[in-house]
Design a protein around this ligand. Structure first.
Ligand SMILES: *Cc1c(COP(=O)(O)O)cnc(C)c1O
Length: 381
């Protein structure tokens, strides 16, 4: 499915690779038909076969191919793509606020940017941050959305989606599936109404294209396309092509990176300078038994704690092959300091420990990744 989804009709077009359609505008057959097509798409409808696509902010064929490919992988009827993961989350929040229920219940931890967007209230939402156990008590009559990440950024906490759906009392649940990818976990099958990705991470997988996507059913898809058409946070054709191409190798990359991450986690957990390793594959990190049921494997993100913030800040500067950089899910291994970088805007009480580092394990030989991490730990002790 990853190789073929979104590639239909190529033979009839006489091509083998997916075409990149860069047109910002499209010929109109008549004022009447063009106008109807415009109205249909601007209010959240999909492009109608044989009609004009009118304007790229409303519809683009290359983007639509990526959307249908991702929907197949997530097992959802549809998906709606955006310029970035944050544009996707913004569209969801705007849709929730526009529907008149502006309170959001958010399970922490979340990606720092998502936490900050929710906490700032710039899009008109209220928010209550809580734990998985606190969800039911946090619900209000005006709660329009429940949001969580599993595994969560940066400490890889796992949440049982079915349990949360039961506690949510009908409030739609959005699961940020960026860390797991649809290869390891498909939240829609466990009751999530929406599945969000920063496509910038695993889906693209090469660190060279930004995007965001929400996989969902027809009703949310219509609302999100309408918000996208009027606010303009669209995914454009060139990154859409790269993200779609990334889907073909996604299962192979995810499994290879995961196999290496399991080795890196064991090596770090057995090292005297490491106080604690956070990795879903370690028994103590999966008390609820999520791996093997909801999630087919532990993935390739891990975090570890050192004895001091000072040591943690020195390590990223001491790696050689590995790159000190934010982002994750790409072909090469990255290390970063969440409290100082990705989770910097999170309020003090909810920030990750300053002695924590996060690693996204790439496709290099696992022995090379381990050797580089261990030499950096020793060199900076
Ligand atoms: C990176 C990230 C985002 C934001 O995505 P962008 O594409 O950077 O806008 C959202 N959620 C998670 C879990 C992320 O890692």
């Amino acid at each position: 499915m990853a190789v073929h989804a979104g590639r239909d009709g190529l033979t009839q077009l006489g091509v083998h690779a997916v075409p990149i359609d860069l047109s910002t505008t499209a010929p109109l057959p008549s004022v009447h038909d063009g106008g109807l097509a415009y109205e249909h798409m601007a209010t959240g409808g999909s492009h109608m076969e044989g009609q004009s696509t009118v304007y790229q902010r409303l519809w683009n064929p290359t983007v639509a191919r990526f959307e249908s490919g991702l929907a197949v992988l997530e097992g959802t009827p549809e998906s709606v793509a955006f310029a970035t993961g944050m544009a996707a989350l913004s569209a969801v929040l705007l849709a929730v606020v526009a529907a008149g229920k502006k309170h959001v219940v958010a399970v922490r931890p979340l990606y720092g940017g998502s936490d900050y967007l929710l906490a700032s209230g710039v899009l008109g939402n209220d928010v209550t941050f809580t734990t998985p156990e606190g969800v039911r008590a946090a619900l209000r009559p005006d709660t329009g959305l429940l949001i969580l990440e599993t595994p969560a950024n940066p400490t890889l906490e796992l949440v049982d989606i079915t349990e949360i759906t039961a506690a949510a009392d009908g409030v739609p649940l959005l699961v940020d599936n960026t860390f797991a990818s649809p290869v390891l976990q498909q939240p829609f099958k466990h009751g999530a109404a929406m599945v969000l990705h920063s496509a910038t991470k695993f889906l693209g997988g090469h660190g060279d294209a930004m995007g965001g996507v929400v996989a969902t059913g027809p009703e949310w898809a219509r609302r999100l396309r309408q918000i996208r058409a009027v606010t303009g946070g669209i995914l454009t054709p060139w990154p859409a092509y790269l993200l779609h191409r990334g889907l073909a190798t996604l299962p192979v990359r995810v499994r290879a990176q995961q196999a290496s991450a399991e080795k890196v986690a064991v090596a770090l957990a057995g090292h005297g300078l490491v106080q604690r390793v956070y990795y879903p594959g370690l028994a103590e990190c999966d008390p609820g038994g999520v791996i093997g049921t909801q999630m087919s494997g532990p993935g390739s993100l891990l975090a570890f704690e050192l004895a001091s913030a000072g040591h943690a800040e020195r390590v990223p500067a001491a790696v050689g092959m590995i790159t000190h950089a934010v982002s994750l899910g790409g072909i090469d291994t990255l290390i970063q300091h969440p409290a100082g970088l990705t989770h910097r805007p999170v309020e003090a009480g909810a920030k990750p420990h300053a002695s924590l580092l996060r690693v996204s394990v790439g496709l290099e030989e696992p022995a090379d990744i381990i050797e580089d991490l261990l030499q950096a730990l020793e060199a900076t002790r």
